[in-house]
Unconditional design. Sequence first.
Length: 415
Amino acid sequence: MSNKESYKNIGLIAPDILLPKKSINMYKWATVACDQYTSQPDYWQDVEEITKNSPSTYSLMLPELYLEENDVDERIKKINENMKEYVTSNVFDTYKESFILIKRNTAYSPVRTGLVAALDLEKYDFHKGSHALIRATEGTVTERIPPRMKVRKNACLEMPHIMILIDDPKKTVIEPLAKKLEGIAPIYSTELMKNGGSIEGYLVNEQTAPDAFNEVFAALEALNEHSDGFLFAVGDGNHSLASAKCHYEELKKAGLPCEKARFAMVEIVNLHDSGIIFEPIHRVVFDVNFDKLAAFFEEKGCSVDAPQDNSHEISYITNKKEGKIYIPKCTHMLAVGALQTLLDSYGAKTDYIHGEDSVRELSASDGNVGFLLTSMDKNDLFPTVAEKGALPRKTFSMGEACEKRYYMECRVIAD
């Protein structure tokens, strides 16, 4: 099946991929996803210093730490200008109708193997209860979409930090491709800044590996026949994909050119890859009085530091003590959903944190309270979403913050 026709059945194409020229410092080029370290400005200040005066994806993205800053519009305008400059200057090489096979190595997990491709947004629906081919795995907060759409609205480029999962226990799609590429030199290979490990990318198209290229489409077609209409699950970057979808729908409704915007570039990974490890996403609430927060929980039928039956047990941390909160399971079937329901009702500023160490660091400040959650079994993901719909937002994370996607590949989404 040709690349041009494939999206009609499986919602996937091999996009035209832009990669920085070989002369560019790849260590400085690749930066972590914008939705990480949202309460740690020191991280992003370090990145800014590392990438100063060098071509970098840091110049093409807006860390979400800055989404509510007064100068956000100026930042977005500068990002759009940088994108146009990079496209017209001698920064990129273009690889037509290609995949990139990714091998990502970190200190925390086995090597993760993924495939950079582009998905058809016509086959994606993030609303709860969706039966689309591409579905969200967590609740989408519609209020979080407009700020992200502002970044995309006048952007001529996109960079993927979206990770898509396929449920392929027999390993029929990505793993055979990786096997066929053994012994072939990567198109890029670099260490990643700020404890990100290392990454290699292998070019796959009809010129470099014609048999392997076509077998990707065939294998996904075969997998789709047994998917019950649910082939792709959004593992990371749900709000970014939702923003891309809404931007595309706006262009279409207005009758504007939108064929390039119809697709979003992503990394596809097999749920059963040994490098996919589900980690919990913890919570930290800011500027609260713990005694008042505890009283609120107790008013809602919870218990603080006293076990009670038929309840979720969640650890909390403050700068003065640690303990347990017990939330009745009738609040929500999942502990993360029960806690989120109460925090939403309380109304305190909440951030979603990867890694217990970061929670402890933030909770050491007066007025902050951290909540430590446990991870879900990744094998439950597809059945649960198929039966119950999207999970509560920020239910799980695929690895630690430094293991998230680093921006590398780009794609033109507007002329």
